[in-house]
Every structure is written in structure tokens, then in C-alpha cells.
Ligand binder design. Structure first.
Ligand code: GDP
Ligand code: IMO
Ligand code: MG
Length: 420
């Protein structure tokens, strides 16, 4: 028995929430290992769409244990709102969800700092979700952060006041006006709600469950191209979104890892700033955005859209050691007479297959054109029933990446999923 990982291979929003929910019946435990409320994981069943930010996407399955791992940064105010919107009685939830005592907390002033730093960057802004992610991880690595386990200590309020005061000094320095009083109230209500849950050293729990033969699925947030080390730095998030992040974010050995499921859209999207070689700035991009409802699940911002980028996908597959690919939103490509796939880049007059280091490099995608399909595929549930040109597209990507595509997703509902 091994721990499987599911993570995004592109710039986030690949459909992780949907697939984790769809796969949850096969697992005993679903554990988030990094990121925080910057994530927006959508899943749909019984015609109702749910968007999760901090809570693992296995939460709607009774009998499954969900863990918020130590690698996650947790905002108690967001946590409270999310718990209240789930529509699951609190008594049930406290039995289904456990929080790592070592998960760092996002303070109200972390959010303010996020906004202040973005404002200061001006035109070079990252396009952060402004949820306080960067400042919270900064305090974690500079060893100033507060952790979920701290809320149970007698001097927690003093610790909070101390860290907040240091942020206020920074904010004054930045000349940034703010008022956190309202958010702070919600935040402390969130702290009281958190105390009703099990807060413990989940690295013991997860290793014990694993040793007892329980099946664990580690759920990533964001995507490989937003990874702190391997994404288009500085236009990235502040955590390791890659498979290695599951080990540090949950406290499990690399030797326990089994399958590494890499999830990608049949095309590409990105929200926020940074390079996006295959971006379509004209009506094709607008068409994908409209048809694919490509608006951020956390911020509502329009997502930038473009064709599939194979050099970036191959890079992500390599970094993660991806064993299987899941292709999402194939239904959105129905109706194109021709589909383009970027197979290499032209940079400075040369053809390259590596993702360039320089964010300012002028990258011209080299496209292969494949015939599209006209059929609406949303009702199809068997791979063999898919249009032949879609199967050709799937098999083309398999050949170019060397990794099998074992799920093709044809709609947002948990049942709109084709297993091969
Ligand atoms: P995540 O962050 O990776 O969980 O992805 P998001 O939830 O942010 O964005 C994916 C969006 O696509 C959501 O609105 C999903 O409901 C939707 N979605 C997921 N899979 C499919 C699919 O196969 N087809 C269509 N049409 N929508 C999908
Ligand atoms: P899920 O888990 C898409 C992007 C932001 C910004 C950059 C840094 O839903 O796939 P941050 O708030 O982390 O400081 O933002 O990363 N970003 C995401 N884009 N999906 C996400 O999460 C994202 N989380 C952060 O838009 O460009
Ligand atoms: Mg999302």
C-alpha cells in the first residue's frame, strides 16, 4: 500500500477538486499538503457546485478522514466561513476533519501585507489572490509564524499581539492604510471554531493509518508551473506545489509514495501575471474563457486562456515523476475544426524544448495542428465512444509525454468522468 498524490501540472485550476472528490470512494484518507485559501477547488454532484479553499476535497464522503497537513497555511476566518457553507452538521465534520498542529496560521495582517506588497510592486505585481499566502509562508521560514497548535496555549493572545505588532511596523513603513478590526473579529471566531476540531501532530496519524493499510490520497493545490522553485519565479505562489511537497507537507517518507497523478486541462489557463507562451489574446481565447467558464473560483478574475503547452507539461511531468495523466475539460474543445498543440518553442531564433529561465524571453510557440471534433461529448461515459479525433488528441499527448492518460473528464460533475 502506498500514498498516492494528485496535483496540478499547469498553472492551477486544472480540476483537482472534481477529481479528488470523484476518487475519494477509493481512499480512506484525503490530505491537503500545501497552499491555503488561495486555492479554489470546485466539485459538483446532485447539481450543486461546492468550492473548497482549505478543506480537502474528500469532505463530502461520510466515513473518509480529511487532513489539513502541516504544509498548509490556514486562515481561521476562511475556515469558519467554509465550514458553515458545507451544509454538513458540525458534529459530523469534527469526526471527518483533523488539522495539523504544525500548520501555520494566516493572520489578518498577513492579508494586509499581501495587499501592501502587491501595491508596492506596481506593474510588476504577481497577481496574488491577496489571501496572505506569501507573508504567512515568509513568517514560517523566518521562524516567526504562529501555528494551529499554538491556539491551545495560554499565551496565544500575547503571541498574536506580538506578531501583529511587528506587521504593523512593516505596514507603516510601507505607508499602507488599513483597518483589520472587522476581519480580526471573524478571525477570532474562527479560532474558537478550530478548537472544536482535533488539532494534532497529523504526521503520526497519517503514518499510523498508512501502516495499518489505509489508503491515503494527498491533494495538491495550485499547479507545478506556480511552484516556488520551478515555476516562473517570482510569478509563483509561496509553496512547493510539486510531488516532493507532499512529503514535507504531510510528514511522509518519499518511500511511501505510490502513484503520482498529474492533472491537466485539454488546453491551458493562467490567472495572475507571468509568462504564458500559448496565451490566446484574441477571440479564440475569449471563446475558451466563455465556454470553459474560466473565471477564478477564489477571486472571480477572468483566467487567461491558451492552447496546450507540451514543453511545460513535459517539464511538470519530469519534476513530479508523474505516473498517470488525467485530462480535464475535454468537452470544452468540442466544436473546433482544428486544435493546436505547442510542441516546442522558438526563442532567439532557436528551437528549444526547455522552459526558459528568463521570464522576459520572447517565446514563440511552435504548433502542431490536429483535427478537432464537433460532437457534444458531455454525455459519453466510455472511452471508446469518444469521437475518433479526440482519441487521436489523447493518444498524441500520450506519445509526446510517454505517460498514459487514464482519465478523460467531460464535465464538472463527479460522474462526468471517463476512466480508461
Ligand atoms: P482546481 O482548483 O484544480 O480544483 O480547479 P477549479 O475548481 O478552480 O477550476 C476548474 C473548473 O472547471 C471548475 O469550475 C470545475 O467545476 C470545472 N470542471 C472540472 N472538470 C471539468 C470538465 O471536465 N469539464 C468542464 N466543462 N468543467 C470542468
Ligand atoms: P488552485 O488550487 C490558480 C496564482 C495567483 C497568482 C500566484 C500567486 O485553485 O489551483 P498567491 O495568492 O499564492 O500569492 O498567488 O498564484 N494562484 C492560483 N492560480 N489556481 C490556484 O489555486 C492559485 N493559487 C494561487 O493567481 O498568480
Ligand atoms: Mg482552483
Amino acid at each position: 500500500m502506498k500514498i498516492d498524490i494528485l496535483l496540478g501540472l499547469q498553472w492551477g485550476d486544472e480540476g483537482k477538486g472534481k477529481i479528488v472528490d470523484a476518487l475519494s470512494p477509493d481512499y480512506d484518507v484525503v490530505a491537503r499538503f500545501q497552499g491555503g485559501p488561495n486555492a479554489g477547488h470546485s466539485l459538483e454532484f446532485n447539481n450543486i457546485k461546492h468550492v473548497l479553499h482549505l478543506i480537502p476535497s474528500g469532505i463530502f464522503h461520510p466515513g473518509k478522514l480529511n487532513i489539513i497537513g502541516n504544509g498548509v497555511v490556514l486562515d481561521p476566518a476562511v475556515f469558519k466561513q467554509e465550514i458553515e457553507e458545507l451544509g454538513i452538521p458540525l458534529g459530523e465534520l469534527t469526526g471527518r476533519l483533523v488539522i495539523s498542529s504544525k500548520a501555520n496560521l494566516i493572520l489578518p495582517t498577513h492579508r494586509t501585507l499581501d495587499a501592501a506588497y502587491e501595491k508596492k510592486k506596481g506593474s510588476l505585481k504577481i497577481g496574488s489572490t491577496l489571501k496572505g499566502i506569501g507573508p504567512a509562508y515568509t513568517d514560517k521560514t523566518s521562524r516567526n509564524g504562529l501555528r494551529a497548535g499554538d491556539i491551545l496555549l495560554d499565551d496565544f493572545r500575547a503571541m498574536y499581539n506580538g506578531l501583529t505588532a511587528s506587521h504593523v511596523v512593516l505596514l507603516k513603513d510601507l505607508g499602507f492604510d488599513f483597518d483589520i478590526s472587522e476581519y480580526e473579529k471573524l478571525w477570532f471566531e474562527g479560532i474558537e471554531l478550530l478548537k472544536k476540531f482535533r488539532i494534532e501532530n497529523t504526521e503520526y496519524l497519517i503514518n499510523e493509518l498508512f501502516s495499518a493499510g489505509r489508503k491515503v490520497l494527498a491533494e495538491g493545490a495550485q499547479g507545478t508551473m506556480l511552484d516556488l522553485d520551478f515555476g516562473s519565479y517570482p510569478f509563483v505562489t509561496s509553496s512547493n506545489t510539486i510531488s516532493a511537497g507532499a512529503c514535507t507537507g504531510l510528514g511522509v517518507s518519499p518511500r511511501t509514495i505510490g502513484e503520482i497523478f498529474g492533472i491537466f486541462k485539454a488546453y491551458c489557463t493562467r490567472v495572475g501575471s507571468g509568462p504564458f507562451p500559448t496565451e490566446l489574446r484574441e477571440e479564440t481565447g475569449e471563446f475558451l474563457r466563455k465556454k470553459g467558464a474560466e473565471f477564478g473560483a477564489t477571486t472571480g478574475r477572468p483566467r487567461r486562456c491558451g492552447w496546450l503547452d507540451l514543453p511545460a507539461l513535459r517539464y511538470a511531468i519530469m519534476i513530479n515523476g508523474t505516473t498517470r495523466l488525467f485530462m480535464m475539460k475535454a468537452d470544452i474543445l468540442s466544436g473546433f475544426s482544428t486544435i493546436k498543440v505547442c510542441t516546442s518553442y522558438r526563442v532567439g531564433g532557436e528551437t528549444v524544448s526547455q522552459v526558459p529561465f528568463d521570464n522576459n524571453a520572447v517565446i514563440e510557440p511552435v504548433y502542431t495542428e490536429l483535427p478537432g471534433w464537433a460532437e457534444d461529448i458531455t454525455g459519453i461515459r466510455k472511452y471508446n465512444d469518444l469521437p475518433v479525433n479526440l482519441k487521436n488528441y489523447v493518444e498524441f499527448i500520450e506519445r509526446k509525454t510517454g505517460v498514459p492518460i487514464t482519465i478523460v473528464s467531460v464535465g464538472p460533475d463527479r460522474n462526468s468522468t471517463i476512466f480508461r
